[in-house]
Design a protein around this ligand. Sequence first.
Ligand SMILES: [Zn+2]
Length: 284
Amino acid sequence: MERDTRDYASYHESEEYEKRRAQRRRKRRQQVMIARICVFGGGLLILLVIILLVVSLVSKQGTKPASGEPSGHNILQKETYLVIEEKPDIDVQLLTPNEYSRPGIATETITNIVVHYTANPGTTAQQNRSFFEGLKDTHATSVSSHFVVGLEGEIIQCIPTVERAYASNQRNFDTVSIECCHMDETGKFNDSTYNSVVELCAWLCCKFNLQASDVIRHYDVTGKSCPKYFVDNPSEWDKFIQDVDDYITEHAVKKSKEDHDSYYGIGEEAVTPIAQQPTDGVGD
Ligand SMILES: [Zn+2]
């Protein structure tokens, strides 16, 4: 026993003992270090995952449509500015500013394009434009339209889109109106008129960052049977909207906001006010 104790003591005092103790200490320190690295690395990983989750949530929220707004496509279109570079052949014949047909009141942000029919079979675009112009003298009624599309597909512009037309009643303030000529009482557009209206609607949709389904009938505003053929035949209206959508898909190109605005002259058109401001809200 004595010898053992002595051996033990001498072993403790020996260099070998010190070396092993140092080795054990180093090993322990290494283990502690590894444990710390593991804890720190794990924490960092968790933090990274949380950051990624938050970022993806926030970006999803950013592209989420506000309540009441149509989903998906609409938002995409609002972010990617579309331009149809083949401009429709528009014959600009602005009306004389007057309180019966060109009241000189600014439109607000355009949110819909409203399609009408003249309800006057066989009349031309020029005749309808002359009727609007004549109202400044006849004072017969208050009515007009931004555009009139004729029987040969001709497009006459009567009012700049920055100004209100008297066409769509309570929606004159935020819509652009298109009057369409037709041959008979059914109100059906012939092919030339139809094609020009599709082209004009598509071009305007891109101008105002709208989608095809933002083109509506006067009927959708007031319940009036206008444009009659498309109220009587809702599936034909659906086809019309599809044709506008197809036209946009086939002809529109993506542009920067600056290029879009400069192509469409956004901010360049000015309202021509008239001396006496009439009451808004009338239609045909
Ligand atoms: Zn109408």
